[in-house]
Write a protein that binds this ligand. Structure first.
Ligand code: LCS
Length: 428
């Protein structure tokens, strides 16, 4: 039982050691708390505690031959910031260590990370099996954009292993899983799907945005590639849009680096610095997100105006056992529907005072939004129906404010149901 707390057993003991240049070094067996603070630290001549921002687009060569050697890979070094930049690389290293992966690739957004991953792994004629409950634009990317390039996709409920198996085709190259899924919080068994992927000769890609490596480590459960929107919990402060890919070996890293360099959606140094700064408090923020998420979910589940609540920490969640098996805590995304459906939901979303009515998630501020008309509007009604995203579903990303004050805010907003006249929202 999590009881709203992040489990501290499992990730292993603290193993600091001083590297040859006296930089505090950690590896993926260190605790999430220590990794959050120290992963990706680089040191340097002046021994800065915080990695410097190399705000430069390009790097000089000492002579023509050295430039040629760098381009040919005969010498290691920095050339041009779309190819590699030390500030960005430090962030990539931090997240790869947190995930227990080999190396990371920071991208301009979560969508850029997903696009780069698929472009690196798939070709025309290949087939993907994709979770039906994913971030709206992820679904649209597979269904509309990739389809134009000859990549075919089948969307299934990946919490149903039989449905995943049935969707596999001889040309299935990738199983793409988002768990918990946005916005329904449906959970899929990563170890079981990874085994299925291996058996079939397919690769498993996991979007770990809702969990972060503090709460879930898909690579350890058999996934081949992990992607994140950095915009969310990893940065945590709602001031950067970014993404990251983590891979398990050097060969895949080299392939992905080439594709990212050619697609060009890289994360700039300043954004990388900000995300790396945000990560220093990741473990402690996730602890508080879990505690607050649990409090708010329990409040909503016991409220007479609430029809249903989905939260990975509630035993009423249909895949509660899967969450207990593979996650160290429930994170802080909650889906619910109110008695009175869409109209009641609109009243609550229009009446909150402390929670913000805004899309995005995983920041320190509590956000509330309406997936059918906002984050998942691009999917269209048919794809939303397939993913069980009802018109009345309201999604809350619980922040790190005082839980009693958040509950009081939601309580006063819920009390307005029936008395408020809200402007109509059209859901197409
Ligand atoms: N993956 C997941 C699970 C997401 O929730 C999002 C964005 C992305 C990828 C894409 O990341 P981005 O390109 O925005 O950095 N999710 C959002 C949401 O639910 N509300 O606003 C954005």
């Amino acid at each position: 039982m999590w009881g709203g707390r992040v489990s501290t057993n499992g990730p292993g003991a603290l193993r600091p050691f001083m590297g040859t240049d006296n930089i505090m070094s950690v590896d993926s067996t260190s605790s999430p708390e220590t990794l959050s603070v120290h992963a990706g630290a680089r040191g340097g001549d002046l021994r800065p505690l915080v990695n410097p921002i190399y705000q430069t687009s390009t790097f000089g060569f000492s002579n023509v031959n050295q430039g040629a050697d760098l381009f040919a890979g005969r010498e290691k070094g920095y050339i041009y910031s779309r190819m590699l930049n030390p500030t960005v690389e430090a962030l990539e290293q931090a997240i790869a260590t947190l995930e227990g992966g080999h190396k990371g690739l920071a991208c301009a957004s979560g969508m850029a990370a997903i696009h780069t991953t698929i472009a690196a792994l798939m070709s025309a004629g290949d087939h993907a099996v994709c979770s039906d409950a994913v971030y709206g634009p992820t679904c649209t990317l597979f269904e509309n954009v990739l389809a134009r390039f000859g990549v075919e996709s089948t969307f299934v409920d990946t919490s149903d292993l039989g449905a995943v198996r049935k969707a596999l085709q001889p040309n299935t190259k990738v199983i793409y899983v988002e768990t918990p899924g946005n916005p329904t919080l449906v959970m899929s068994d990563l170890a079981e799907i990874a085994a299925l992927a291996r058996e079939h000769g397919a690769l498993m890609v996991v979007d770990n945005t809702f969990m972060t490596p503090v709460l879930q480590r898909p690579l350890k459960l058999g996934a081949d590639v992990v992607v994140h929107s950095l915009t969310k919990f990893l940065n945590g402060h709602a001031d950067v849009v970014g993404g990251v890919i983590v891979v398990k070996d050097e060969q895949r890293y080299a392939e992905f680096r080439k594709v990212l360099n050619h697609l060009g959606g890289v994360l700039p140094p300043m954004e990388s610095f900000l995300v790396h700064r945000g990560i220093k408090t990741l473990a402690i923020r996730m602890q508080r997100h879990c505690e607050n998420g649990m409090r708010v979910a329990e409040f909503l589940e016991s409220h007479p105006q609430v029809e249903w609540v989905r939260y990975p920490g509630l035993p009423s969640h249909p895949q509660y056992a899967i969450g207990q098996k593979q996650m160290a805590g429930p994170s802080s995304l909650i889906a619910c529907e109110l008695k009175g459906g869409l109209e009641a939901g609109k009243t609550v979303m229009n009446s909150v005072r402390l929670c913000h009515l805004a899309v995005s998630l995983g920041g320190v501020e509590t956000l509330i939004q309406h997936p059918a008309s906002m984050t998942h509007a691009s999917m269209g009604p048919e794809a939303r129906r397939r993913a069980h995203i009802t018109d009345g579903l309201v999604r809350i990303s619980v922040g790190i404010e005082n839980a009693d004050e958040l509950i009081a805010d939601l309580d006063q907003a819920l009390a307005k149901i029936g008395s408020a006249h809200s402007a109509s929202v059209s859901v197409r």
